[in-house]
Design a binder for this molecule. Structure first.
Ligand SMILES: Nc1ncnc2c1ncn2[C@@H]1O[C@H](COP(=O)(O)OP(=O)(O)OP(=O)(O)O)[C@@H](O)[C@H]1O
Length: 311
């Protein structure tokens, strides 16, 4: 059954320099139980995509359709979305959230604050302990202040907070960034366990290697667009877009060839897209790339690249 179906999603921010086209005409399709990975360079719109699903864009407006289990999220009133969806069915682990834990409150007080904000009137302790258990944190941690915890523990607390109301879909924005590699592996294993328990993730990262562990489908973002979308297997084994290929070639490996880097810089999102977003950096660019490529169907998704236009 279709779980998340996004069609033509675009997000525009207003800024002092003019509109920022942060997300442009994105389509995403997930079946029940599938998790999605979004990868791409800094400032390509990854967080904005996640924030638009949980309707927490600040200063931005979203257009298009987001169907979650058949409900059109962008058409719901704010109070309906809050009552039925936000944190309850869809939650988010925000980028850098572990550094935003309040230093003057214990972890338990911070959990209680979240439950109060959601007018929760059931068994507080049971819910908090369930969330702590699901991230393998000891009950003693609840009495501590954030400065008494290691980075890995703080990140687990932040994940537990997102899991508090037992959502089905969790948007995790760079949950392993700024953690050492061993802790990164622990957090990835934790997400894998939660996934086995029936949770779906939208995992946002700039690191394609991290996605291989969790994602069933992958969207490669560049300049506000998903330039390639498909099953993980297809993206890793048979990448099509020159940008996807460049990203995969830039992953450092223990043996074999040295990583390659994509020369140049991403486009400004202040300009609305009128041609291929990757044209300036693409080694395979042709004259046609001066026109905006459509989403061309692939085996498991689509690619926005004229090289795959059928004759
Ligand atoms: N509230 C905002 N107002 C105006 N512009 C914004 C706002 N939030 C993000 N942007 C702009 O939108 C673009 C996309 O930002 P976004 O944070 O979604 O990218 P990202 O891929 O998540 O980046 P990173 O990997 O660095 O977190 C950037 O150009 C950013 O400056």
């Amino acid at each position: 059954m279709v779980f998340l179906d996004i069609n033509g999603l675009s997000v525009k921010y207003s800024s002092s320099s003019g509109p920022v086209y942060a997300v442009d005409d994105v389509d995403i399709h997930l079946e029940d139980g599938e998790s999605l990975g979004i990868a791409g360079e800094s400032a390509c719109g990854k967080s904005t995509l996640g924030l638009s699903i949980i309707r927490m864009l600040s200063g931005g407006s979203a257009q298009g359709k987001i169907l979650f289990e058949g409900d059109s999220l962008l058409d719901l009133s704010e109070s309906d979305f809050n009552t039925k969806y936000r944190w309850k069915k869809i939650s988010m682990i925000f980028q850098g959230a572990m550094n935003a834990l309040d230093p003057v409150f214990t972890i338990k007080e911070q959990f209680l604050e979240i439950l109060n904000q959601h007018d929760f009137d059931g068994n507080f302790n049971r819910l908090i302990l369930d969330a702590m258990n699901s991230v393998s944190l000891d009950e003693n941690v609840l009495k501590k202040y954030p400065h008494e915890l290691s980075g890995g523990m703080k990140q687990r607390v932040v994940i537990a907070m997102a899991l508090l109301l037992k959502p089905k879909f969790v948007i995790a924005d760079e949950p392993t960034t700024a953690l050492d590699v061993l802790i990164q592996a622990q957090i990835i294993n934790l997400l894998k366990t939660l996934k086995k328990g029936g949770m779906s993730f939208l995992l946002i990262t700039h690191d394609l290697a991290v996605l291989s562990e969790i994602a069933d489908k992958i969207g490669i973002m560049y300049g506000g667009q998903i330039v390639e979308f498909g099953s993980s297997e297809e993206i890793y084994k048979n990448p099509k877009h020159p940008y996807t290929k460049g990203l995969l070639e830039s992953i450092p490996r223990l043996h074999g060839t040295n990583p390659k880097y994509i020369k140049g810089t991403p486009p400004s999102l202040l300009d609305a897209p009128t041609q291929c977003r990757f044209i300036e950096r693409c080694p395979l660019a042709i004259e046609k790339c001066k026109e905006l490529p459509p989403k061309l169907k692939t085996k498991t998704g689509y690619v926005r690249c004229w090289l795959y236009e059928e004759e």
